[in-house]
Write a protein that binds this ligand. Structure first.
Ligand SMILES: [Zn+2]
Ligand SMILES: [Zn+2]
Length: 216
């Protein structure tokens, strides 16, 4: 299993990166990205520290830990520049906190994230047909999430992704140990979103492919 969307105590996660990685490893995960919440205030604080700790953990073997960021509740007009800044600072996975139905994320966020060509649009909520189509074209992965609340629209996201051939990834959005749900539960949640076994396998493969691309 792989989780390309996790949080440490550099935002609202419970653990330091080292323990987060160790707990993920113990739960059977081969790779995680640490993608803490960021805006203009902390992006340059978090990323260099993640680059340092992720390289230290990964070089020891066991689990690959990728430095990332989750741009969160920023104005859609600022997403392009912040995504570019994140990459310049060394983020290898740029996630945008999409328009989940459980929070008042600024309207236009999903579209701005896709336009910016970020890696993953997390919990895109009631993503539109046009956005799903555009995500397919821009190779932005849409997220199926195991996280409570955000997961309420998984079926909608999966349906539009299928219809428009947008690529999916499955993330835990882990903030604490119990959020690493493991393969069996992840498969159930993905099935509950209306995905077939083949579609689930393709989705899990997408995460592997992203990790491989970063490792090259
Ligand atoms: Zn989020
Ligand atoms: Zn998150």
């Amino acid at each position: 299993m792989i989780d390309l969307h996790t949080h440490s105590l550099f935002s609202d996660g419970e653990l330091v990166p080292a323990e987060l990685a160790q707990r993920a490893w113990a739960a059977g995960y081969k790779a995680i990205a640490i993608t803490d919440h960021a805006d203009h205030s902390n992006i340059d604080f978090i990323i260099p520290r993640m680059v340092k700790v992720c390289s230290k953990i990964t070089e020891k073997g066991g689990i690959k830990v990728i430095p990332g960021i989750e741009l969160t509740h920023v104005h859609p007009d600022d997403i392009v520049a912040l995504a570019a800044e994140a990459r310049k600072l060394g983020a290898e996975i740029v996630v945008v906190h999409g328009q989940t139905i459980t929070e008042p994320v600024p309207p236009g966020t999903n579209l701005a994230a896709i336009k910016a060509g970020v890696d993953i649009l997390a919990h895109p909520g009631l993503i539109t047909e046009e956005e799903a189509q555009f995500a397919a074209k821009k190779n932005v992965y849409l997220e199926i999430t195991t996280r409570r609340g955000h997961s309420l629209t998984n079926g909608h996201v999966a349906g539009l992704a299928k219809k428009h051939q947008a690529q999916l990834v499955l993330d835990n959005d882990a903030h604490s140990v119990s959020d690493f749900v493991g393969e069996a539960m992840a498969m159930k949640i993905a099935s509950g979103a209306g995905l077939t076994n083949n579609e689930i396998a393709a989705m899990l493969d997408n995460s592997r492919r992203i990790v491989q691309r970063i490792s090259e």
